[in-house]
Design a protein around this ligand. Structure first.
Ligand code: ADP
Ligand code: MG
Length: 695
């Protein structure tokens, strides 16, 4: 039997009352397997008896048996706090204040003997133990006798509600006894286990719950970390396309089209752009289809890299597709492509869900016949009826906006096409390795030359007229500005400024200039026309919600005013600020905040003032929100990791990945006899679901 097959409910365990079952559910535990996988967070040594008197004298935790002599209460009468008065076997009295634990009155009635653990102090002339653990005395304990050898290493579990460590330990013991008649089967391949000198899973797990000695823990823990990371990497690497193998002849990349392109380009590539193009070239030419993540801050010039890398393939007669998450962005890319690629004779098309039937039919026919070289579009690109003659290269912009399935749907339109994922949301290396399987990464760190760093200011909302005056001067100099708000329309519930009302207000403030309004409730046509007017300079002030967050590129806009900046997350603020500073003009970002700032809000604004480095901002974001909230990472499996820590255990992760990339190519179905454990595991109780990761 495998551990994961113990799907019987914890409610079936003897001693698991409704309250315990409810509290276990809060910890995500409903099956016996989940209970056994609920690992202690720490252990305390309770072998050596320390009486109240000895503990106080030595300044260390007491560990002894005492009798409850009195219950009393203190604090406000409507919300009194229970205090247990106990006397240990030497006759020393101590008080245990039970903050938020009134139920202890029932658990430990007067006269009961209780095993007490905790650091004592003298307070108001009496001995108190403010943070204590209580348990039943060890089995066979004679009241009043010394604790003796009965003590042991005690596991401290993550707890919820009224659970305590002793209850969890007892349920765990019950589970072993009732449901595990013989040791669990092993899951990992024997040669892997041997190579890393791991324990078998069953004794490792038993040791983690009840270590005979602290020294025994190290190997058990290591075993469990390996198990977790091994399974996580298996899930990641078993996804279609995760492990791409040599499967096509090497491609020669003809250089002519690219040379022409570069000749016409009014600026030089940044060194990082050149490096990244070379990295991509090497992949495109190789026998192994590419899967690469291109990271680069907003405005670092990723789109140009996509165009440049596509050109040799187009020259060689293949087709390329560039997919963007919104109609607005896709259109912008298409216009760029038309400007830069059209003069070279590259046939370009734009495909979105809005294309009318007749035009669409024509376009699809051209695409299927291979008469279109480069198609730009939204998710409409992978809809039914879209066929390519030879789709060789798929570029996905703002990749985290798409789901796994959508990205796969597009690559299925070709025969194992090369895949480039672009992202302005920097992904820390640990996350990238965990979540993206075999994906390689390229990074653009430097901005194009001549860009002046954006000047960021903060302003209280009460004196935002200073901001308006500043913007008025920029408008007078022929520049344009964004104003961003957290709401589309006024809300009863929230006392916040909204884009619709502010668009009217700002039209009065900036008389003589056109003010446009854009948000997600406008239809695509309306949005497009506002954006056109703004990029064409007809609209001077664009009032928006965070829809302008992604990719919008208007070089003449030099002011980004974000009102209620405290309401936006760090990555949104960073993306919004990146809408300006897109030319050699000096640009400004104003973070206007309301009167009440939470600590997190304060931190976010401080981080924005301190740095413009997207990677730093992403790391701060990770600290503030935890990995679960980072774009596209919601379902990532590492949230389920219990023993492993990705920072600390990166080496093990990389080792698993190396081992698995060989194994999965040799024996993807785990059919070799040595892989029986893995075969059964993934057939009967897969530890991670398919949807787990972002690629
Ligand atoms: P990203 O998608 O990475 O946010 P873009 O590809 O939209 O950035 O590029 C931002 C702007 O910078 C575009 O207007 C682009 O033409 C320009 N640009 C790109 N590369 C360079 C370069 N090497 N020198 C100057 N400008 C550049
Ligand atoms: Mg972009």
């Amino acid at each position: 039997m495998l551990l994961g097959e113990l799907t019987v409910s914890v409610a079936r365990l003897k001693g698991a009352g409704p309250a315990a079952v409810r509290d276990l559910a809060k910890l995500g535990i409903s099956t016996v397997a989940q209970l056994l996988e609920h690992l202690p967070r720490d252990y305390v040594n309770r072998r050596d008896e320390v009486t109240f008197h000895q503990g106080l004298a030595a300044g260390k935790a007491v560990n002894t048996v005492a009798q409850v002599v009195l219950h009393s209460h203190f604090g406000p009468t409507h919300r009194p706090t229970l205090k247990l008065h106990v006397v240990d076997r030497e006759g020393t009295a101590a008080e245990l204040p039970c903050f938020n634990r009134p139920f202890l009155e029932k658990t430990w009635p007067v006269n009961a003997w209780v095993w007490v653990y905790g650091v004592p102090e003298t307070k108001f002339g009496s001995l108190q133990i403010p943070a204590f653990e209580l348990d039943l005395p060890p089995p066979g304990y004679e009241p009043g006798a010394p604790l003796g050898d009965a003590g042991t290493l005690v596991a401290l579990y993550p707890l919820a509600g009224t659970l305590n460590h002793a209850v969890v330990a007892r349920l765990v013991a019950q589970a072993w006894h009732d449901y595990v008649p013989e040791p669990f089967e092993d899951e990992l391949p024997p040669d892997y286990t041997a190579r890393h000198r791991l324990l078998a899973l069953d004794p490792a797990l038993r040791t983690l719950h009840r270590p005979p000695a602290l020294a025994a823990l190290a190997d058990a823990r290591r075993t469990w970390i390996h198990r977790e990371l091994f399974h996580l990497q298996t899930a990641v690497l078993r996804r279609p396309n995760a492990l791409r193998t040599a499967g096509r002849p090497a491609t020669k990349l003809p250089p002519t089209l690219r040379l022409h392109f570069l000749e016409r380009l009014p600026f030089a590539l940044t060194p990082d752009q050149s490096t990244v193009v070379a990295e991509i070239d090497a992949d495109l030419a190789s026998e192994r289809p590419m899967a690469r993540l291109l990271q680069g801050d907003v405005g670092s010039g990723k789109t140009l890299v996509a165009f440049l890398s596509a050109l040799p393939l187009i020259e060689a007669g293949h087709q390329c597709a560039l997919m963007a998450p919104t109609e607005l962005l896709a259109l912008q890319h298409a216009e760029n492509a038309a400007k830069l690629l059209d003069p070279l004779g590259v046939k370009i098309a734009f495909l979105s869900g809005n294309l009318k039937a007749a035009g669409r039919g024509l376009l699809l026919a051209e695409l299927a016949a291979g008469r279109i070289d480069f198609v730009v579009g939204t998710h409409a690109l992978f809809s039914e009826g879209v066929e390519f003659k030879s789709l060789r290269y798929v570029v996905i912009d703002e990749q985290h906006r798409f789901g796994v399935i959508q990205r796969q749907a597009l690559t299925k339109k070709g025969e194992d096409p090369d895949l480039l994922l672009m992202s302005a949301t920097p992904i820390p290396r640990t996350l990238a390795l965990t979540a993206f399987g075999d994906l390689r990464t390229s990074t653009i760190r430097t901005m194009p030359l001549g860009r002046k760093p954006i000047v960021t200011h903060t302003n209280k909302m009460s004196n935002q007229t200073r901001v308006y005056d500043f913007v008025a001067r920029e408008l007078a100099a022929g520049r344009q500005a964004y104003f961003v708000y957290p709401l589309i329309e006024a809300s009863e519930a929230l006392d916040l400024k909204d884009a619709a009302s502010m668009a009217e207000h700002l039209a009065d403030v900036f008389t003589g200039y056109r003010v446009g309004l854009i948000h997600s409730r406008l239809d695509d046509e309306a949005r497009r026309s506002v954006m056109e007017d703004f990029s064409g300079g007809k609209v001077a002030v664009l009032v928006a919600t965070s829809v302008v967050e992604v990719g919008v590129d208007v070089a003449n806009a030099t002011c980004m005013v974000i009102e209620h900046a405290e309401r936006f997350g760090l990555s949104a603020l960073h993306q919004l600020r990146g809408r300006v500073g897109r030319s050699d003009l000096q640009s400004y970002c104003f973070l206007v905040y309301g009167e009440t700032l939470t600590d997190d809000g304060k931190t976010r604004i401080r981080v924005m003032m301190e740095t413009t480095d997207g990677f730093k901002i992403a790391e701060e974001d990770l600290k503030l929100r935890g990995p679960g909230d980072i774009a596209g990472m919601k379902q990532s499996g590492f949230l389920k990791l219990k023993a492993a820590d990705l920072g600390r255990d990166l080496g093990i992760l990389v080792g698993c990945r190396e081992y698995l990339s060989e194994l999965l190519i040799r024996d993807p179905g785990f059919l070799e006899p040595a892989q029986a454990g893995l075969r059964k595991l993934w057939a009967r109780c897969p530890p991670f679901s398919d949807e787990l990761v972002a690629l």
